[in-house]
Design a protein around this ligand. Structure first.
Ligand SMILES: Nc1ncnc2c1ncn2[C@@H]1O[C@H](COP(=O)(O)OP(=O)(O)OP(=O)(O)O)[C@@H](O)[C@H]1O
Length: 256
């Protein structure tokens, strides 16, 4: 982990109608850091990730990623808003892995990985194909390059989704509960790939209920509850000596 801050959120607020999903959420993530976001269902974890990835626009506050201001903010009376082209450009550097894989069903594993680099980054198809094969090998699926999603297990599909995110050569990958849709016996193979990614120095923000991953792999843990970021710090400290009573209660409940 370096000292360079790759993602910085300051006082981020987001409402859906009258419901405040995020209330003044602030977080910094350094280059090479693995940050886990934990918290009860409905606490705003996914919404926060979606704001970082510009899938949601924030109401106020500010988010920087890769040194640039993204989304929009109110700064006094000034409103900064990105154009669609700017949003698309920013999004390219931020990989996202969803709970439900979201692969193109009519494309093979290899074609799923190649699509973005060729269509969005304008990579030469031959280079993209070679890179995609390296990535499929990296996630242990070299022999499944020609398989369609329906022919793969959930764990294999999620590993293709990780290879697809890597194909875009992101500086940061966001994971939104990447193992929660998987049968229990398939969770480990996806966590192993995430472990390798973390060891390779990839910056990762991971919304997860996998406390083992949070404990063993992440550098920092952020606990969210009721749309607020309640506690944030080194994983060992937050998970073993939480300061806030709400964190204490949550950890007791999940470790029961
Ligand atoms: N598009 C939306 N419209 C209205 N309400 C929404 C929308 N997206 C999220 N919410 C609400 O915002 C709150 C936070 O949701 P979010 O998915 O961020 O929680 P979460 O902590 O990720 O929960 P989980 O662990 O169950 O995925 C929830 O009450 C949810 O119903």
């Amino acid at each position: 982990m370096t000292n360079e801050i790759l993602v910085k959120a300051v006082d981020v607020c987001k409402s859906f109608g009258t419901f405040q999903a995020l209330q003044e959420v602030s977080l910094e993530v350094r280059k090479g850091e693995v940050n886990c976001i934990i918290g009860p269902s409905g606490s705003g974890k996914s919404t926060f990730l979606r704001c970082i990835n510009l899938l949601e626009r924030i109401d106020s506050g500010a988010i920087w990623a890769n040194g640039e201001l993204i989304g929009y903010r109110r700064d006094g009376n000034k409103l900064y808003e990105m154009s669609d082209a700017e949003i698309a450009r920013q999004r390219r550097g931020i990989g996202m892995v969803f709970q439900r894989f979201n692969l193109f069903p009519h494309k093979t594993a290899l074609e799923n990985v190649i699509e973005g680099p060729v269509q969005v980054l304008g990579e030469n198809p031959k280079t993209a194909r070679e890179h995609a094969l390296v990535l499929l090998n990296r996630v242990g699926l070299a022999d499944k390059a020609g398989s369609y999603p329906a022919e793969l297990s959930g764990g294999q599909q999620q590993r293709v989704a990780i290879a697809r995110a890597l194909g875009m050569r992101p500086s940061l990958i966001l994971f939104d509960e990447p193992t929660s849709a998987l049968d229990p016996e398939l969770v480990a193979e996806v966590l192993d790939v995430m472990n390798d990614l973390a060891a390779s120095g990839m910056t990762m923000i991971v919304v997860t209920h996998e406390m083992g991953f949070a404990r063993n792999v992440s550098n920092t843990v952020a606990f969210m509850d009721g749309g607020r970021l309640i506690e944030h710090g080194p994983s060992a400290r937050v998970l073993t000596q939480p300061e806030n009573p709400r964190t204490v209660d949550f950890l007791k409940a999940v470790q029961r």
